[in-house]
Design a protein around this ligand. Sequence first.
Ligand code: GLY
Length: 372
Amino acid sequence: MAERSLDRKQIQSELDRCVAVLEKNMKRFGTDFPSACATDGRYRIKKNDDWTNGFWTGMLWMAYEYTGRDAFKELALQNVASFEQRLEEHFVLDHHDIGFLYSLSVAAAWKITGDESIRPLVIRAADVLMARFQERGGFIQAWGKAGDPKEFRLIIDSLLNLPLLYTAFEMTGEARYREVAETHYQNVIHHIVRDDFSTYHTFYFDAETGKPDHGATHQGFSDQSCWARGQAWAILGMPLHRRLSGMEFTEEEQTLYSGVLEYFESHLPKDGMPYWDLIFTDGSDQPRDSSALAVAACGMLEMGNTARAEEMVLTLKEGASSEVEPESEGILLHGVYAYAEGKGVDEPNLWGDYFYMEALYRLWNPDWNPYW
Ligand code: GLY
């Protein structure tokens, strides 16, 4: 396939469009939050009660950095107050997605404003995540009551929660944050990647012995198939860990990473937009998951592969940009949240919007300091 690239004008016009969608949405959502995924292109108005609220705040911060407009910063700071309250009340925080929530909101606020009063919030959030670390097994338990044998597992998405621990390490110098992140990371890459470099969505450990047990899916087609977004979480999560840990890939990691990327690439249909599970190929009438490609594009940028990232962003722009649906509250159409539950199927979702905007913004401003 001939290399396709984006020019700066296209990136700028798409970023301007992201800003316009956010401005419109800000009026409707105020200090509340959009739901995780849309229905018929509209997000529901919700409190700060899901794993996805950070994506909204992260987009506000990016819009502020891109435009310099105070309205974005003011609302993002109001969101930060909401995240502080959520921490105070430990409201819907009994899961591992604390990194998705607090890196893009509170840690971003600290990085952008330099306000030192925000520092303790980041550390408190990191401690909530640390509390889910299971010594037996050496991993951060994704869901459920900590230690519950039925939920004694990690999931591939967790790679995006680890940056918060590295931020806490940077702030405090306390090695325990880095050690937990590193131990968890090693368990993810060694158990969740299969021999053919496809990935399980989740991986169980024996709650009594801590020994690795078996892989299983949660949002994929089957236990043995490869959930597209899971593969994309690895494509972004591994290079994020490389940057934040300051450790170059070992030969083994490089082999794993190349294999995971190649598996994703070789299971894309001809038009480059992944189906929601990589078991589906050209000719299938299953829905696509644009959000998986947006996550992978950020992974390519984290790896320094700008040419491939541009192709992916162009595929997203041509096949999923909501410029063709001006009424949509989403930025990126055609995502899938959880197919089996019929949740957010062929709809925009907040992380698709966020990672598409992040990929565009990384291309626009290569010197940008990511919130991760
Ligand atoms: N982290 C949950 C998801 O990707 O749907």
